[in-house]
Design a protein around this ligand. Structure first.
Ligand code: HEM
Length: 587
């Protein structure tokens, strides 16, 4: 009897979903403003163009000139060339999706957070993994959270954290210097894994005063290490798992297709340990001596202080559960993106040895291995290199939004439909999906000229006026997005990346350990390097790394060692964080 009831209920739900799909299908063909919009044909009702626009790709033509990279996300770029900056394609289950790099349209999309939001199914997935973190919430909840979290990511906080970024960069240098080298001093190293470890250590300490000791390969992993590793594994797997997509798309399937047990266990561990870290942070925030204790200036402590502030009305305060839910978000959003960006920076420097040499020469003019944030920001060539890496190798390739209500989307460049009619706006219906091509906008030839795909740091000497139209929060780029959901950690990641490059490029020379054609990227929204012949090994970037000649380095520093050495920093840097490598060379 019960079984019959369950089967009938399941049948009814599937029937309703089927009817809805049929209705949507006919409605689209009869009324949708998208039915005449140009775009690629739909090869399959089930898969749409999904695999085509998420394909992995070679960064270089197999037999071509290694200096001329192939366009990233080759298929969408090809469509863009064929149909213009605005077109439509079909996603899974043939869901019509708008693709646009039109800056006027994107400006409206990212700046109107009440109309264009992450789709409920995307938010469901994020909540499953990360809880109610900043990435997953919208509307008032988001505004409230963002207001309380913002001080922890402000300039003064990042200035303070820079010492940690530099210390950890020096630790990575020491770690790489210990790797076995050949007779000429070259060691083969997967730079991505080292950078991932160091950024994990940084986000642990800077985020919630927790030391992962990720660079210490002999240490037994802690319970929290295990939980975070599991979370990370689930994130990488879930991006492409059909059951995840189905559960997110059809809420009625959530009761049948259960969340993986390992993920549930990892979340429980994180919540329990997170609650403990929160209690410690609360105690530190209450303590009067807190100001003197620099390591208790982590993001969690500042968030707690901000939440306890008298200026915050009680109705706006965050509950403990919501504060704890931010920890996995810092962990996920805050460590891999920066390690990937820095890996791409080393990749670009290896492909462009002249840029590497110029950068090293600038860095070696500094007479300290512990620069302040101001000192790092005062290095013009380092700044240009970082901007160019974030432009050409934006770690986040795309994101998505959904129209939460009907709207009219203005266009800077009108499109012509398949009947020959020009449109200077698009009628958006509630539920319309949008694919936001972050990386493609950064490399748009209409903005940056015909050499837009090439890595040329000197282009930042004369930024074209057209770049002003990009609605990004930083540097005429879309890499950190814009509007109310822009990346809260952009200052953090830039300071971290500059600290890493400062230390590593002063200490080592970098070359690719494989042919450029052997390197490709993963097919995920966060783009990681991999070897096209070793996809089973996942993301990696093997490089040849060799210590910079001591005599050259010493000579240059001796002549022009004018860089600032902020008071007390050298004296403070004792114990395992103090760099043996650089101190021997520079002093
Ligand atoms: C190179 C490094 C980074 C890149 C390229 C990057 C990029 C982005 C992008 C594109 C978004 C918007 C996603 C969307 O709304 O669809 C975002 C959001 C976010 N990022 Fe980053 N990020 C980086 C580093 C960091 C760091 C270091 C942290 C924290 C320590 C961080 C924390 C966040 C958070 C919490 C959000 C959600 C903001 C909100 O919705 O209000 N990110 N990031």
């Amino acid at each position: 009897m019960l079984l019959r009831l369950v089967i009938s209920a399941a049948g009814a739900v599937i029937g309703v979903q089927l009817l809805k799909s049929i209705y949507r299908h006919f409605h689209w063909h009869l009324f949708s403003p998208f039915r005449y919009m140009p775009g690629p044909p739909n090869p399959s009702w089930l898969r749409g163009n999904f695999w085509a626009c998420h394909c992995s790709f070679h960064l270089h033509p197999i037999s071509g000139d290694s200096e001329r990279p192939c366009p990233q996300f080759a298929q969408t770029q090809e469509w863009q060339a064929q149909y213009g900056p605005t077109f439509r394609f079909h996603n899974l289950l043939s869901a019509t999706t708008l693709y646009t790099i039109d800056t006027v349209a994107l400006h409206r999309i990212v700046n109107n957070g009440d109309i264009y939001q992450k789709a409920p199914m995307v938010r469901y997935n994020m909540t499953q993994l990360l809880g109610q973190g900043l990435l997953a919430v919208e509307d008032e909840e988001h505004t409230k959270l963002r207001k309380i979290m913002s001080p922890a990511f402000g300039l003064s906080q990042i200035t303070r954290l820079t010492q940690l970024f530099v210390d950890k960069s020096l630790e990575l240098s020491e770690f790489w210097a210990r790797q076995t080298a050949d007779d000429n001093g070259w060691a083969r190293i997967d730079v991505l894994s080292g950078l991932k470890a160091v950024t994990l250590d940084i986000i642990g300490l800077a985020g919630f005063n927790y030391n992962f000791h990720a660079l210490d390969t002999e240490r037994e992993p802690t319970e929290l290490d295990g939980a975070f590793r599991q979370l990370f594994l689930q994130i990488q797997r879930r991006q492409v798992r059909p059951s995840t997509l189905l559960r997110a798309r059809f809420p009625f399937l959530r009761a049948i297709l259960r969340t993986p047990k390992r993920l549930v266990a990892a979340r429980r561990t994180m919540d329990r340990i997170g609650m403990h870290l929160l209690q410690e942070a609360k105690a530190a925030a209450r303590s009067e001596s807190n100001e003197k204790d620099s390591w208790r200036r982590d993001i969690l402590t500042l968030l707690v202080q901000s939440n306890m502030s008298k200026e915050i009305p009680d109705s706006q305060r965050l509950s403990d559960d919501v504060v704890v839910a931010q920890l996995p978000t810092f962990f996920v959003a805050g460590h891999e993106t920066t390690s990937i960006a820095t890996t791409w920076a080393l990749y670009a420097l290896a492909l462009h040895p002249e840029v590497q040499t110029t950068l090293r020469a600038e860095l070696l003019t500094m007479g300290t291995d512990s620069p302040s944030l101001d000192a790092l920001n005062a290095l013009p060539y380092l700044d240009k290199v970082v901007r160019e890496v974030m432009r050409v190798h934006s770690p986040v390739v795309f994101t998505n939004r959904m129209a939460m209500r009907d709207d009219v989307l203005p266009l800077g460049i009108p499109y012509t439909d398949t009947r020959g009619i020009r449109h200077d706006s698009i009628v958006m219906s509630k539920g319309q999906m949008i694919y936001i091509p972050v990386a493609a906008l950064n490399r748009d030839t209409r903005i940056w000229g015909p050499d837009a795909a090439e890595f040329k740091p000197d282009r930042w000497d004369a930024v074209p006026d057209t770049a002003g139209a990009i609605p990004g929060v930083w540097s005429h780029l879309f890499s950190f997005l814009g509007g109310p959901h822009n990346c809260i950690g952009w200052r953090f990641s830039l300071a971290e990346m500059k600290s890493l490059l400062y230390t590593l490029v002063r200490t080592f020379e970098f070359e690719l350990a494989v042919r450029p054609e052997a390197i490709g990227t993963t097919r995920t929204a966060v783009q990681r390097p991999m070897l096209v012949d070793e996809p089973e090994k996942g993301a990696q970037l093997p490089m040849r790394v060799r210590r910079v000649e001591t005599s050259n380095a010493t000579a240059e520093v001796g002549e022009e060692g004018t860089g600032p050495d902020p008071e007390g920093i050298q004296a403070r840097r004792t114990g395992s964080n103090t760099s043996g490598i650089l101190r021997q060379r520079v002093d």
